[in-house]
Design a protein around this ligand. Sequence first.
Ligand code: FAD
Length: 280
Amino acid sequence: MSTQEHPLGISFEFFPPNTEAGRDKLMGVRDALASRNPRFFSVTYGAGGSTQNRTLNTVRQVRESGISTAPHLSCIGSEKAQLRDLLAQYREEGIDSLVALRGDLPSGMGGIGELRYANELVEFIREETGDHFEIAVAAYPESHPQAPSFEKDLENFARKMNAGANLAITQYFFTADAYFHFVERARALGVEAPIIPGVMPITNYTKLARFSDACGAEIPRWIRKQLEAYGDDSESIAAFGEEVISRLCQRLLDGGAPGLHFYTLNQAAPSLKVLDNITG
Ligand code: FAD
């Protein structure tokens, strides 16, 4: 695909592996995806700093590719002093972009910390480090699961952008109109920054259904029914998933989306196949 017409281009997200084998595998995945000239890679972070070292180590390894790599950073369950130290460490390492999140605290895991929402984290990063970091935040075209209403969630999103975020990456979704509607409404509230659709390749129905319930992403009935019908036939699931996601991505780009951010789940093939099917 040509990324020329989409100034933000494509990006890929990884999670920090917790085994040696997982780390080795990720380096192969990174290299396969680096060949598509992504604008950046990003690495997720566990709430309360639970993956802090693994996130940093993974960022170090991924950055060896020469491609800018953004650690995710969540504030829930963390104190300002911890976050300040981590920001200083990231700066020392030459990291210049972050994905700033509130995060979710697993039940029974301590207090919420000093910063309650992502807008407060963005403000804190700006206060502490000025313009050093390019900051991406999360957006929810189908509404965050805890939001009291779509309108409130949109206002909270605009507040987070106004606190100094440079771009947003959306939760994944399967209905292109949900994205276009969200972008239109955000623009009406004065948000001008790019809002990049987050894309989840479909490879496994059970995991996808569990994930989607938790994060509030709706799997349309026709997709659910078709995936259910395939049962354990992973080849058919992958082929159908590739077709559905390729068509979604093409619609998003044709409709003006400024790029695509792939939730890779540390696999290269599903994202690469989708990219092979679409034209910029
Ligand atoms: P916020 O923007 O703070 O919003 C959370 C909720 O609070 C929403 O319902 C919102 O409407 C409401 N709200 C926001 N601000 C205010 C306010 N000022 N006053 C009142 N209500 C408010 N999770 C991880 O643990 N690690 C990761 O690495 C990670 N990466 C992610 C990457 C992307 C691109 C996305 C989309 C999600 C990611 N998540 C990650 C999940 C995310 O942490 C959860 O969705 C979390 O529940 C919300 O985080 P947030 O930054 O969107 O929160």
